[in-house]
Write a protein that binds this ligand. Structure first.
Ligand code: DX5
Ligand code: ZN
Length: 239
């Protein structure tokens, strides 16, 4: 029997040295690791970060951009994010009164573009997992936040493991195949453990870009993810 594939790693880039972002991204591009870009608007969550221009700049380096939109009413931003070249676009269930419509519009934009775009729906640690049930057919990824959005370097919430399992069960009972991801609080110390919770995608930011050795951190993190024999996963699409 072949070993299950390790989860795909998506690296949060906002704690990289932004003055030399091209060089900082090089190890990610070499290893086909996603570049996770936390887009925050200062209202959905407290920080104000970057938007489509930075997504475009990172995509232009050849890195696959995993755009995590922590913004109110993300529909308004979807055309710019998709045309900037994002490979994965994730919106929050809590961020809109029209989640289904938002995912429908994202689906339309993804289908119209020249390159594949994976559609994600995210939930904060305090949101019931059932919030994603109405849009399971419109999503390729359910991103379970292990931290409340806003800051890197937080501890993962204790409910994360059972929420990952609950999303899996929800998708299985709906007869839908969807990837499940975990975002936030993943460190060198807990990565192998968290990989064993059965996620298809693991997001880690400050453990990789910690101001020391991103390339070394990246290979250490990949080694930890590979170390874990995990339950069956959905094979991530090749973006
Ligand atoms: C939550 C963000 C995350 C997170 C990543 O605000 O969505 O992507 O900050 O950073 P670390 O890995 O440091 O928790
Ligand atoms: Zn994120």
């Amino acid at each position: 029997m072949t070993a299950p594939a390790p989860p795909r790693l998506s690296v949060g880039v906002l704690t990289a040295d932004l003055t030399r972002l091209g060089a900082e991204l090089e190890p990610l591009r070499r290893l086909s690791v996603w570049a996770h870009v936390d887009v925050m608007d200062g209202t959905f969550c407290p920080q104000l970060t970057v938007g489509p221009a930075v997504v475009r700049a990172i995509a232009a380096t050849g890195a696959a951009v995993d755009a995590h939109l922590m913004v109110d009413e993300p529909r308004r931003m979807l055309p710019d994010i998709v045309s900037a070249g994002a490979s994965v676009v994730t919106v929050h269930a809590e961020s809109t009164r029209h989640l289904h419509r938002t995912l429908e519009e994202l689906t339309g934009l993804a289908a119209a573009g020249p390159a594949a775009v994976l559609r994600g729906v995210a939930i904060n640690p305090g949101t019931p997992v059932q919030a994603v049930e109405p849009v399971l057919e419109l999503a390729d990824l359910v991103l379970v936040l292990a931290v409340n959005p806003g800051w890197p370097g937080q501890q993962p919430a204790a409910n994360t493991r059972r929420r990952v399992r609950a999303v899996r069960e929800l998708a299985a009972s709906a007869g839908v195949t969807v990837m499940v991801g975990i975002d936030g609080g993943v460190t060198m110390a807990n990565a192998a453990d968290m990989a064993g919770w059965g996620a298809d995608v693991i997001v880690s930011g400050s453990a990789i870009y910690d101001g020391t050795d991103p390339a070394g951190n990246l290979s250490r993190m990949l080694e930890r993810l590979e170390r874990t024999a995990a339950p069956a996963r959905v094979t991530p699409a090749p973006v």
